[in-house]
Design a protein around this ligand. Structure first.
Ligand SMILES: Cc1ncc(COP(=O)(O)O)c(C=O)c1O
Length: 359
């Protein structure tokens, strides 16, 4: 059922942002990361927008890849979590998917795969994030095993790692990870991939053969101290909702659940038909920016399931009225600034809102 909050996706912004990634890493190929339904932007639509300009796609799991293949996307697709069971291997063989191998369990599944197929494999190195991947000292042995494995295409093996802290440009962590990865892969002459968006934007030495930008494609900055404009990124999603009430409150009146915000003076407020059921972050604090009628105002009080209250004072030239549309984030207001006030990250906000809204 349609609710009043609406999402608009900006294809030209997604294409612009991909161009920015390519400018930053001109010698690298690109896996456009469109997992989690393209961070809420609709995976099939986003794949179509990126298709003429990207080299390949990356998703997290086999079902996400299946959706793309069934929609006719015929570029290479890397499955970042790889296969979980033998059914996944059947699908990967049938749909020509590239598999990340990060765990011995996956090697055993490959050993026991009964059909004749040579998979394209990426071997994941744990260079320090300690989430997925094999320890650096085992990489050479594993690579040799895979190269000679009857179920692996020896012409299409890659090596990859993932950064824990590439958004922190002051820390040595990323350089340590790059060094660990390079040492583990020394003299293994196959394509390599290290960089997420922060790596693309801040760590030239990690561009290697393939980059894996995600969040920057959607126009959001991976850095807390650098906004999207400074990085020349454009918002790919605008999230808006209509005003359903405008009214006056008296000095001392408290707004919303738990009466968490008190009017310091007589004031006009507006109610916008959008809350956490629509994907607006429930923990957005009073003061979270909201764009309406040409400028920013602020959220007042707690976010409800399907409503928020905003400050409608200071709109004397262009008073807020019922039926006006508020932008919760988008072209005029960065999702990063909303995320900051909600003590979360833009990834979560975009996924939540985008995957809830389907209009
Ligand atoms: C393995 C891997 N590579 C690349 C990305 C893209 O990261 P970002 O969205 O920060 O660019 C992700 C996302 O979490 C990932 O898990």
């Amino acid at each position: 059922m349609k609710r009043s909050a609406r999402i608009t996706i900006h294809p030209e912004a997604i294409q612009h942002n991909l161009k920015r990634a390519k400018q930053c890493a001109p010698n690298a190929n690109v896996f456009s990361v469109i997992k989690a339904n393209a961070y809420g932007h609709n995976a099939v639509a986003t794949a179509g927008i990126l298709y003429p300009h990207t080299d390949a796609f990356a998703v997290s799991c086999i079902p996400e890849a299946v959706v793309l293949r069934e929609a006719g996307i015929d570029l290479p697709i890397k499955v970042l979590q790889g296969h979980q069971n033998s059914d996944d291997l059947h699908i990967a063989a049938e749909m020509d998917l590239r598999l990340m191998v990060h765990d011995v369990h996956q090697l055993t599944l490959l050993d026991h795969y009964s059909k004749k197929h040579q998979f394209d494999i990426t071997l994941k190195v744990d260079s320090g994030m300690h989430r997925l991947g094999f320890q650096p000292e085992h990489i050479r042995t594993l690579f040799n095993k895979l190269k000679n494995h009857s179920q692996v295409n020896p012409e299409n093996i890659m090596l990859a790692t993932h950064f824990s802290s590439a958004d922190d440009v002051e820390s040595n962590t990323t350089l340590d990870q790059i060094n660990t990865f390079n040492k583990a892969c020394k003299d293994i002459n196959v394509p390599k991939s290290l960089s997420n968006s922060a790596g693309v934007l801040a760590w030239k030495e990690a561009h290697a053969d393939w980059i894996r930008p995600g969040i920057m494609l959607y126009g959001s900055s991976p850095f807390s101290n650098k906004d999207r404009d400074a990085l020349d990124l454009q918002a790919a999603m605008t999230f808006e909702a209509p005003v359903i009430s405008v009214h006056s409150l008296k000095k001392g009146d408290c707004i919303g659940y738990a009466k968490s915000w008190q009017c310091p003076k007589d004031m006009t407020v507006a109610v916008v038909a959008c809350g956490y059921a629509d994907g607006f972050p429930r923990h957005a604090a009073s003061g979270t920016p909201v764009w309406i009628n040409g400028k920013n105002t602020e959220l007042l009080g707690r976010v409800s399931m399907d409503m928020i209250v905003i400050n409608a004072n200071e709109y004397t030239d262009n008073p807020i009225k019922v039926g006006d549309w508020a932008e919760l984030w988008g072209k005029n207001l960065s999702v990063d600034s909303v995320a900051q006030k909600a003590e979360t990250i833009p990834y979560e906000i975009l996924c939540n809102a985008g995957n809830l809204r389907r209009n």
